[in-house]
Design a protein around this ligand. Structure first.
Ligand code: G16
Length: 544
């Protein structure tokens, strides 16, 4: 084995954010940049020698090159076997599934999720641990510390592995299996959902759907499962071929970036059901004919209907949501008599709760929903969950949502993003607001009085780790909230996120348009934080 130890020196910007290390492609292409971070991962791990590692990504630009580098570094660092997706493809939930099924010690997932790709776009590296979930904060912080001390990295001098065909290879002393990226995942989905019933729904000829894969990783999964296994019409999956630059699009399944699907769903003869997924397949957007389901409502509706689905027929142990996610699911949990946990933003916080058996379903406002079947959020899983509910209830998406509101009340909810704002200005806005928070309690703004104003801090109920500084909350009487947070996934300047929520019990109110229903709270947010003046922006970049 021709293992080389090459000298290096640290880059000091390798602290993983909300979900792994995300940077511009050009940053990752600098000599030693990727190598340093990967070596820092291996340096942080113990007892992995001879074990199995899962490797794959969302197929974005630089995916293939990065995979070859990581394979050679894995061989040089003593990994026994790598399972790598054919063509370097593995969706994030599929990677989680493969890690769990094959008892890998971990996985390296190459993705910048919903961020644009291509030579000018973003790239990312994330390490997942043996439960299949993102490494917890103590691990990512340890990786960051190692990256700051690095003096060399180890790499095997070897030929590239051909990734375009399935098969077994060796690289130095390490086995490399190029696997079907879809098979294990599809098998898991079949075990959770009533495929016969969904097949019958598609076969009825009365139900049509469109799935927008946004030229990202979910295309092959959605085509194999929806069209080939479940009998959806050919062409149901649109933009189904993964492209290195996502066809120039922004692979974020929301009303702004999935506009082609949104237009189809708003046509006079719209399909009954529409869905989209993101760059790495862990996010989902759910649409009915002329109807948008907020991610927060979607989570609540899945929880309320879980026992209609074979995989959840025995009920839920508990549910969890990130702090900025609306409290719609809390109301379902209260009715079911199960616990509901409120965690910081980031899927990594759900892992402990699921491993401890405290939570079955969880979700976030950022178009992420999942369950304990893997340890990542899962876009196609959410779509299949909805399909299973639709196949059993045989009602429209809108009817299901409106009935849900009639039972539980409606949580009006919206997120306003100010993307790419000046980092220092955004930080100052947050710092000044944090300083003002203690004085806000008890203050009255029009119809709203503040009950609590704080900087959210979370104590993990399982390992008792504390994560502080997780978002500024202004809570009002009757469940209304305004939350300010800086995104941990952007790569340019800062992204300020403003989350606004209000609860409406009365059915007559449920008809209102979301932004109109939240107008007074949005004005209060502006008054408290001075967003326009401080960011120099008149309006948000994206509203979801
Ligand atoms: C990641 C995390 C999510 C988080 C989202 C947005 O999603 O896994 O938990 O909600 O980022 O985070 P932020 O508000 O910090 O930008 P993904 O799909 O990008 O991996």
């Amino acid at each position: 084995m021709d293992v080389r130890t090459l000298s290096s020196s640290p880059f000091h910007d390798q602290r993983p954010g909300t979900s792994g290390l995300r940077k511009k492609v050009s940053v990752f292409q600098q000599p030693r940049y990727l190598e340093n971070f990967v070596q820092a991962i291996f340096a942080t791990l113990s007892d992995y020698q001879g074990g199995t590692l899962v490797l794959g990504g969302d197929g974005r630009y630089y995916n293939r090159e990065a995979i070859q580098i990581i394979l050679k570094m894995a061989a040089a660092n003593g990994v026994g076997r790598v399972l790598v997706g054919q063509n370097g493809i593995l969706s994030t939930p599929a990677a989680s599934c493969v890690i769990r099924k094959h008892q890998a010690f971990g996985g390296i997932i190459l993705s910048a999720s919903h961020n644009p790709g291509g030579p000018e776009g973003d790239f990312g590296v994330k390490y997942n641990v043996s439960n299949g979930g993102p490494a917890p904060e103590k691990v990512t912080e340890a990786i960051y510390r190692r990256s700051g001390e690095i003096k060399s990295y180890r790499i095997l001098n070897a030929a590239d592995i051909p990734l375009d065909r399935r098969g077994q290879h060796t690289m130095g002393g390490m086995a490399v299996d190029v696997i079907d990226p879809v098979a294990d995942y599809a098998q898991l989905m079949e075990a959770l959902f009533d495929f016969d019933r969904i097949h019958a729904l598609f076969n009825s000829g009365l139900f049509h759907m469109r799935f927008d894969a946004m030229h990202a990783v979910t295309g092959p999964y959605a085509t194999a499962i929806l069209e080939d296994r479940l009998g959806a019409l050919p062409g149901t999956v649109m933009r189904g071929t993964p492209l290195e630059d996502f066809g120039g699009g922004h692979p974020d399944p929301n009303l702004t970036y999935a506009d082609e699907l949104v237009a189809i769903m708003n046509r006079p003869s719209a399909p009954d059901f529409g869905a989209a997924s993101d760059g790495d397949g862990d996010r989902n957007m759910i649409l009915g004919s002329h109807f948008f389901v907020t991610p927060s409502d979607s989570l609540a509706i899945l929880a309320a209907n879980a026992t209609l689905v074979p995989g959840y027929i025995d009920g839920l142990a508990g549910v969890a949501r990130s702090m900025p996610t609306s409290a719609a699911v809390d109301r379902v949990a209260a009715k079911l008599g199960i616990p509901c946990f409120e965690t910081p933003t980031g899927w990594k916080y759900f892992g402990n709760l699921m491993d401890a058996g405290k939570v079955t379903l969880c979700g976030e406002e950022s178009f992420g929903t999942g369950s304990n079947h893997v340890r990542e959020k899962d876009g196609l899983w959410a779509v299949l969950f909805w399909l299973n509910i639709l196949a059993v209830r045989r009602e429209s998406v809108e009817e299901i949502v409106r009935q849900h509101w009639a039972i539980y009340g409606r949580n009006f909810y919206s997120r306003h993003d100010y993307e790419g704002v000046d980092g220092a200005a955004a930080q100052k806005l947050m710092d000044d607001l944090r300083a003002r928070l203690p004085g806000l309690t008890g203050e009255r703004f029009g119809n709203y009085s503040v009950t609590t104003a704080d900087d959210f801090s979370y104590t993990d109920p399982v390992d008792h780790g504390v994560s502080s500084g997780q978002g500024l909350r202004v809570l009002f009487k009757d469940g209304a909230r305004i939350i300010f947070r800086l995104s941990g996934t952007g790569t340019e300047g800062a992204t300020l996120r403003l989350y606004v929520e209000r609860y409406a019990r009365e059915r007559a109110e449920h008809q209102h348009e979301t932004q109109a229903a939240l107008a007074e709270l949005l004005a209060i947010a502006e008054r408290i934080a001075g967003i326009r003046q401080r960011t120099g922006r008149d309006a948000p970049t994206v509203i979801t």
